[in-house]
Design a protein around this ligand. Structure first.
Ligand code: DQA
Length: 142
């Protein structure tokens, strides 16, 4: 079975109650369950993780790079300012897909910049939790 790491950045552990008008009411655990079900149908095994800590996310990206694993990542706010996350993600050899629950381009101007998009295979934004499932499907077809 092929493996994929799904990484989630800061405040995504608060989904369910966090700004539900923007992010919906599903918890991150529920999104993880949805990813597991979709991945199983696509013959992928998911390693689903979340951290509020930049260094932890960087460590996980190093791990994925060493293991040559593809990564689906919602870097959350780090998207818009973390060169360190970008540099770690640039070391990946398997595809990286950037996902967002909301559509950052339709929101405040400071969210229009992504430090990740330029090194990602592609970005899927604005489809709620389905952004993750669409990313899995895109990965399966690469
Ligand atoms: C987000 C969009 C980011 O701008 C924001 O900082 C997040 C969540 C999304 O999934 O829509 O935390 O990545």
């Amino acid at each position: 079975m092929r493996k994929v790491m799904i990484l989630n950045g800061p405040n995504l552990d608060q989904l369910g109650t966090r700004e539900a008008d923007l992010y919906g009411t599903l918890t991150l655990a529920e999104i993880a369950n949805m990813c597991n079900a979709t991945a199983a149908a696509l013959d992928f095994e998911v390693d689903f993780r979340q951290s509020n800590d930049e260094a932890t996310l960087i460590g996980w990206l190093h791990e994925a790079a060493k293991s040559e694993l593809p990564v689906i990542m919602n870097p959350a706010a780090f998207t818009h300012y973390s060169i360190a996350i970008r540099d770690a993600a640039a070391m990946l050899t398997a595809p990286l897909i950037e996902v967002h629950i909301s559509n950052p381009i339709a929101r405040e101007e400071f969210r229009h910049t992504s430090f990740i998009s330029g090194i990602a295979k592609g970005t899927i934004s604005g489809f709620g939790a389905n952004s993750y499932l669409l990313a899995l499907s895109a990965l399966a077809q690469l």
